[in-house]
Design a binder for this molecule. Sequence first.
Ligand code: ADP
Ligand code: GN1
Ligand code: MG
Length: 365
Amino acid sequence: MTDNLITVAANQFKPKGTIKDIQQYGSGNINSTFLVTFNSQKPFILQRLNTTVFTQPKLVMDNICILSDYVRQRLNPDNILQNRRWLFPQVLLTKEQKNHWQAADGSFWRAMSFVDNSQSFDTIQDLQHAQEIGYGLGMFHHIVSSLPVEQLADTLEGFHITPGYLEHYNSVLATAKVKQSPEINYCLKFIRDRPTLPHILEQAKAAAKLKLRIIHGDPKINNIMLDCSTKQSVAMIDLDTVKPGLIHYDIGDCLRSGCNRLGEETDNWEKVLFDPDLAEAILRGYLKVAQNFLTAHDYEYIYDSIRLLAFELGLRFFTDYLEGNVYFNVRHAEHNLARALVQFKLTESIETQATAIRNIIEHLR
Ligand code: ADP
Ligand code: GN1
Ligand code: MG
């Protein structure tokens, strides 16, 4: 990707005025993100979508636009925000009024309004941050809860269907040249020892205990923006995976991401722990908004979703490592192995504290 291509892409979306600067931005694992700034107007976010992951990028943009129109209508008449600042990033159109721009080399670009005076973090800061992360996810679920699931397309088939990831892992393992090391053996054994875990949410879905709703799909903590002044959550970004799914994928992903104080990129994987106090704070924040739409079955599967989503991400990272890093952006060849170890260690810590975590959930009901 050349600087020139990035500038050409930015110019497709720019309102008026001259671009002052374009800088690589954020720390996402999938897309390429840039901040485009001007002298006298608001900056915007420019992204090149990863079309290896999102093979139908137009569908992704259509989903985001449908959602954005719906949210705008919903936010106006309802006073669901309770006087809080809450934004939904807007899709910016090209001069031809399209929601994306495709370059001659096939690269797919889009632009979003910048959520100003806000910040996201890769690791949890404190209990208030944790509570706001939960509140942000709850607010998102609440706002989209009345949008019929049929209105959004499935932009990433198989996303969070853990048995599918296990099947893929087994087929990769069958042909991969697996090196021998204590870390690799730990991962292999970790997966082998948990044959029933991958099926838990899909079985509950098949038994109609859990039903499809609109989900965010990727509510890790750096996708929830906090207002720099009030420290309250103000927006959920990274809307590529908004689609029908189980809210448990979101709840589990949010907690596995928010309750690991060392963060998912730590080199200190053996020290990784799941912090139940942070879990309590995130769930408390979430339930402030979500209590009304959770069923008894929903509560029953919260613990399983936390354990499963940590395990699932470990499985996805480890498979990607064995496959030669074809999915996640990596900085070195062993990066996905290091990430897998963190998630498996986190899963272990969740399992060790199962009773305490279940008690927290029960207590908050
Ligand atoms: P990825 O899919 O690669 O994770 P994201 O959409 O999450 O890409 O963007 C990467 C980072 O860029 C985010 O973590 C956030 O810091 C920043 N970012 C993305 N969109 C916005 C936005 N609309 N306003 C402010 N910051 C944003
Ligand atoms: C990816 O795009 P980003 O970095 O927010 C991934 C998530 C993982 C996450 C782990 C579409 O999210 O599922 O949980 O990395 N997104 C996709 O950091 O696969
Ligand atoms: Mg992201």
